[in-house]
Write a protein that binds this ligand. Sequence first.
Ligand SMILES: [Zn+2]
Ligand SMILES: [Zn+2]
Length: 457
Amino acid sequence: MKFINLTRRTEIGANCYYLGAGGQGVVLDCGMHPKEVGEMALPLLANLNGLPVDALLLSHAHLDHIGSLPVLMRQQPQARIFMTEPTAAIGDALLHNSVNVMTREREEVGVIYPLFTHRETDRATDRWQHCRLGQPFTVDGERSQARPNDELSFEYCDAGHVLGAAGIILRAEGRTVFYTGDVNFDDQTLTKGAVFPESGIDVLIIEATRGDSPLPEGFSREAEERRFAEALTRAFDRGGCVLVPVFALGKTQEVLAMIYKFKRSKMIGDVPVYIGGLSSKMTEIYDRRANQTARVMPRLQLFPEVGPFVLNGKTIADAPARPGRIYALSSGMMTPKTLSNIFARRLLDRPEHSIFFVGYADPESPAGILQKSQPNELVSLDEDEPAVPLRCHLDQFQFSAHASRESILEYIKKVAPKKLVLVHGDVPAIEWMRASAAAALPETEIIVPPPGVEIEL
Ligand SMILES: [Zn+2]
Ligand SMILES: [Zn+2]
């Protein structure tokens, strides 16, 4: 069995992996790097030259997993494309949004942008095939019962994380490989935890996002939700508003579900909530597909129950920071020119306002920089704008959509695979996972796959 890590570095960037067995091959995910631009944002797709590529299997619709898919489809027109139905609905909307963003950046980046067009995205989505959880398929799209077991087949299973997210069980040459994609083993406020196989796995390819951050002593999501609700009330008592930078997919809907709970149990008053345009599209998909996913609150419809107001790139210009309101705006990392970045710059030097972080931010992103800043320090969130002294209130909460490192390690121990492949983590995170897994499972071969290099599994 051949495996190639097609990401450019050991990091959370443009996730993409190749698996070849018995003369057939599949590509697992095809992401776009959130911080790079142009060609450098793509995975190492040229390394696929000369290899059989029969199918492209997508784990979920976050852009670091699906963002370059139309480019790969152009290069591999013979390959069939598989994903869950909710991932297809979300991916369609996110890729079109990504064309708009790249078109706006064309002046800065050059004629290479956009890397794909709206029309190409439409043609691409027409060819996507939907996989039900627990249904085995072969790479030619047939159900795989009663087939010779050396043929490559695969099956999707629920990964928690966000709507539509799935791990992929692959079988070939009499062996079983399991690619987790992004996973959360615990229930979030809305999305239930993963339902993953725990035995019969020879090779486990698993994410390591949170490998360098230990779970705080005595942590529980319920207690963290309570701390969040109390902090919101205190923020409103200071006479200000609260900005919560969020990812459009996943974190927005989890925050809306928390606000719903807080209001119902009178933990906060009936405060108005604002979200962005892309987040509102994602929220509509969450509502429409509520029955296609395992949920803590299966019947909750976020739009009618929470009634968020929607801001976009135009209306944000005139949207004042009103006291007593929650602005749950994307992007989560506060990338320059996004709603959360524009809005945050209005709050920074005003002590009555607050910014609450609720998830992962790359340490070099504006959100990461702000998290580390000290009161009264000059902060710049956009190099095109003047720096201002930090006077607003900051707080951080742990509502990650990724499994804790402790629960990932627990799962690795249960599975006890012959080979363990560590992906989707920065170097310190991968290192912690490697050392901890090696101590727990001395029989297991642990592989940190070097970028672009073909290895034998
Ligand atoms: Zn993800
Ligand atoms: Zn990811």
